[in-house]
Design a protein around this ligand. Structure first.
Ligand code: NAP
Length: 315
């Protein structure tokens, strides 16, 4: 039995683990299929305070993990299949670990980039298809790039990619953009950005080693064409990693966990959420880390207020 189980090891989960471990609560931290979270797919992180020369994403996450371990956090690798919040202690079945009981749970499973689900997409990730401009833009110096999406992320990624690419074409499925006016204007003013609106992506075309084009359909005329490109960046939003929690905690219609404003408390007493799994707006490493700290403090307070709790784990 654990005082606290932290599920997920991005900046939110690891910060929570550091605080809980320092409070001598000996948290168990469950690492999923992408230990370290989205930052492990990033190169230079230049906006995390405290690193004036930047730091590589994987190194930052490794440092956070070491910091949590130093204070006594226990790490196990597994996949949470089943979780029961109906009774206390909470119970969960974790593939690769077995059954675990905990007095409290912190959910920090993050969010994953959405994919289009078209032929050629998945198999060409890393060969020209990407969901992360900051991670992979560098590889497309002087090349032609397509960005798919019509929201702020697509505008931001397209603008960023013009630093490297010779030309960036934004492909969007409607003729009006979802992005905010300021982001649209910035993209429209960028001479390297071209537009393919009202176009549905149909298939990623690729040669033996790399992407060569994106087949799209004009929604008005139904005419198909292949846009020649070296890279396809998919920027159509993120999905919170909450499939295993369906019906267990309150979420919004997309699946982001609802927390009581200004806290990390979910609708279940003793269950907290932090990081991108409950934040569709800011989605930054530093805001995730901040909410991880909040979750640990909320959780500590909750455990103190418990009439019966097993402190033997903590001593
Ligand atoms: P988003 O606002 O949900 O936009 C997603 C875009 O992808 C939409 O244009 C959508 O088309 C398109 N799309 C979704 N599924 C698609 C599919 N299957 N095929 C083709 N196109 C598809 O997501 P986001 O741009 O990632 O932004 C998420 C949040 O973060 C927003 O609140 C945004 O304001 C914020 N954000 C802010 C900044 C900033 O201020 N610097 C930067 C990035 C993100 P439809 O329009 O037709 O639905």
């Amino acid at each position: 039995m654990y005082n606290t189980v932290v599920i997920g090891t991005g900046p939110a989960g690891l910060t929570a683990a550091i605080y809980l471990a320092r409070a001598n609560l000996k948290p168990l931290v469950i690492e999923g299929p992408e230990p370290g979270g989205q930052l492990t797919t990033t190169t230079d992180v230049e906006n995390f305070p405290g690193f004036p020369d930047g730091i590589m994403g994987p190194e930052l996450m490794d440092n956070m993990r070491k910091q949590a371990t130093r204070f006594g956090a226990e790490f196990k690798t597994g996949w949470v299949n089943e979780i029961n919040f109906d009774q206390k202690p909470f119970k969960m079945t974790v593939e690769g670990i077995g059954e675990i009981e905990a007095n409290s749970v912190i959910i920090s499973t993050g969010a994953s980039a959405k994919l289009l689900g078209i032929p050629g997409e998945k198999e060409n990730i890393g060969r020209g298809v990407s969901t992360c401009a900051t991670c992979d833009g560098f590889f497309f110096r002087g090349k032609k790039i397509v960005v798919v999406g019509g929201g702020d992320s697509a505008m931001e990624e397209a603008n960023f990619l013009t630093k490297f690419a010779s030309e960036v074409t934004i492909v969007h499925r409607r003729d009006t953009l979802r992005a905010s006016k300021i982001m649209q204007d910035r993209a429209k003013e960028n001479p390297k950005i071209k537009w393919k609106l009202d176009a549905t992506p149909l298939e990623v075309m690729a040669g033996e080693h790399a992407v060569s084009g994106l087949k799209v359909k004009n929604n008005e005329t139904d005419q198909e064409e292949i846009l020649e490109t070296d890279g396809i960046f998919i920027a159509i939003g993120h999905n919170p990693n909450t499939a295993f929690l369906q019906g267990k905690v309150n979420t919004d219609e997309i699946g982001y966990i609802d927390v009581i404003p200004g806290t990390t408390k979910t609708n279940i007493e003793g269950v907290f959420a932090c990081g991108d799994v409950q934040d569709k707006h800011y989605r930054q490493a530093i805001t995730a880390a901040g909410s991880g700290c909040m979750a640990a403090l909320d959780c500590e307070k909750y455990l103190e207020g418990q009439p019966v709790h097993d402190w033997s784990q903590a001593l």
